[in-house]
Write a protein that binds this ligand. Structure first.
Ligand SMILES: NC(=O)c1ccc[n+]([C@@H]2O[C@H](COP(=O)([O-])OP(=O)(O)OC[C@H]3O[C@@H](n4cnc5c(N)ncnc54)[C@H](O)[C@@H]3O)[C@@H](O)[C@H]2O)c1
Length: 251
């Protein structure tokens, strides 16, 4: 399942976090096919050895403000602008009942999935405001999860973090509404990327049983929606949440 629609994103500089992962790979290829220069941000260990075929990269840990600041400084030096930001880095963390999640683990999951989005926005939004002042164009897409809407047993930290991403998106969308920068979130259901593929079979079967379309989401479907949200075609939607759940969520 690989869509072919392209948009004119030539000359646009896009930062994609979690770029070496399953969704990241599909998103970077789709944005590049539309002409964007996609700068790949991911953990050093994830970038090393990955086939990133000539994309510009920067090792970054989104959970660490200093690491994000260094990556943003590098982006300013190399490109001097930022038109598109996709906050896609994420981890599920340990699958356990809420009251059994170790303190450090809860904080780690929030640090990557929620604080990471804040750290990256804090560094890049001022640059994006400057860029959009000249071009009247900016797009931010935050990758949340169906779990932000529904919660999920044994994933309280992840669900809470993703719900936080949705609320952050709504706030930032309002703040940037007159800056020509659209800010939206997507809420995907399960897809068989590295993040989920090793989940216990019974858990995957349970998740699948909740999806009315009776199949998992394909990364290419995520990339199609993200690319549209990054395009000039998406011109009157901001602070919004776009569903990708095969009918699981109807709100
Ligand atoms: N796969 C699913 O079922 C699913 C469903 C809903 C939402 N999501 C979300 O989609 C996004 C992408 O997930 P994916 O399915 O491609 O998983 P993935 O595991 O294939 O990719 C995640 C990427 O994030 C990177 N990452 C993790 N911690 C990081 C950090 N501290 N700093 C920088 N990068 C870091 C990883 O190295 C990896 O490349 C995540 O935010 C995830 O929560 C995934």
């Amino acid at each position: 399942m690989q869509g072919t629609a392209t948009y004119d994103l030539s000359g646009k500089i896009a930062v994609l976090t979690g770029a070496a992962g399953g969704f990241g790979q599909a998103i970077r290829n789709r944005l590049a096919a539309s002409g964007a220069t996609v700068v790949l941000w991911d953990l050093e260990g994830a970038l090393v050895g990955a086939d990133l075929s000539g994309f510009p990269t920067h090792a970054v840990d989104v959970a660490k403000p200093d690491s994000v600041a260094a990556a943003a400084a590098d982006l300013r030096r190399r490109f001097g602008r930022c038109d598109i930001l996709i906050n896609n880095a994420g981890i599920v963390g340990e699958v356990r009942p809420t009251w059994e999640i170790p303190l450090d683990e809860f904080h780690r999951i929030i640090d990557v999935n929620l604080n990471g989005v804040f750290h990256v926005c804090r560094e890049l939004v001022p640059l994006m405001i400057d860029s959009a002042a000249a071009t009247r164009f900016g797009r931010i897409v935050n990758v949340a999860s169906i779990q932000a809407k529904e919660g999920m047993a044994q994933a309280a930290a992840y669900s809470a973090a993703k719900a936080g991403v949705v609320a952050l998106t709504k706030s930032l969308g309002k703040e940037l509404a007159t800056a020509n920068i659209m800010v939206n979130a997507i809420t995907p259901a399960a897809s068989l990327t590295a993040m989920s593929i090793d989940a216990p079979k019974e858990r995957l079967a349970d998740i699948l049983s909740r999806i009315p379309m009776k199949r998992f989401l394909e990364p290419a479907e995520v990339a199609a929606m993200v690319t549209w949200l990054c395009s000039p075609e998406c011109s009157f939607s901001t602070g919004a949440v776009f569903d990708l759940s095969g009918g699981r969520a109807t709100y």
